[in-house]
Design a protein around this ligand. Structure first.
Ligand code: SF4
Length: 169
C-alpha cells in the first residue's frame, strides 16, 4: 500500500493529467526507495457535498421495470428483514440540525444516496417537514454514516440476525 498511497489523492487534487504524472513519479521513486516522505490526505467524503442552491436539480429517469428498478424492488431482492419491534439502529444525533442543514442547506441528500430508501423528508401542507427513518429497509451499507454532511447520522449494529440476506447469491 505504501507504493500507491499518494496516487488517488494526487489525481483528486491536481486532476487527471498532472495528478497522474505526479502519482506515477511518486510511485516510481518509491520503487527505488527514494519516495518523498509525504502522505497526501484523502478527502473525507462528507466534506465534498455542496450546498443545494449551487447546483441544478437532477431529474433522474424513472426505472423502466426491465433493466432498471425502483429502490424498494431492489431492497426486496436482498430479502432484508428486521424484527418489527427492534430499536432503530440509525441514530440521528440532532434532529433540528438535520432539518436546518441536511434538508434546508444541502437539499436532503439522504433521500438519494441511501440505496434502500430508508430516509424520507415528508412534506405536508401547513406542517414542518418531517424526517422519517424506515430503518427496517436498511441494507447496512453504512453510506449514511460516511456521507451525511454534518456527520449527524450514526449507523449502529442492529439487533442480531437483522439485515440483508441475499439467499440466491
Ligand atoms: S446504512 Fe445504507 S441502507 Fe442503511 S440507512 Fe444508511 S445508507 Fe441506507
Amino acid at each position: 500500500m505504501k507504493l500507491v498511497q499518494n496516487a488517488q489523492p494526487a489525481v483528486a487534487k491536481y486532476g487527471g493529467d498532472i495528478g497522474t504524472m505526479l502519482a506515477g513519479a511518486d510511485m516510481w521513486m518509491r520503487t527505488l526507495k527514494i519516495g518523498l516522505p509525504i502522505s497526501m490526505e484523502h478527502h473525507r467524503d462528507y466534506t465534498m457535498t455542496g450546498r443545494a442552491d449551487l447546483y441544478q436539480k437532477i431529474d433522474y429517469p424513472k426505472p423502466d421495470g426491465k433493466i432498471s428498478f425502483d429502490r424498494l424492488t431492489n431492497v426486496a431482492f436482498s430479502f432484508t428483514n428486521h424484527a418489527e419491534d427492534q430499536p432503530n439502529h440509525l441514530k440521528v444525533a440532532d434532529l433540528e440540525l438535520q432539518k436546518e442543514s441536511e434538508y434546508e442547506v444541502f437539499g436532503g441528500p439522504s433521500t438519494r444516496y441511501c440505496p434502500a430508501g430508508v430516509y424520507e423528508w415528508i412534506e405536508e401542507e401547513g406542517k414542518e417537514p418531517r424526517f422519517q427513518i424506515n430503518s427496517q429497509n436498511c441494507v447496512h451499507c453504512k453510506t449514511c454514516d460516511i456521507k451525511d454532511p454534518n456527520q449527524n447520522i450514526n449507523w449502529t449494529t442492529p439487533e442480531g440476525g437483522g439485515g440483508p440476506n441475499y439467499p440466491n447469491m
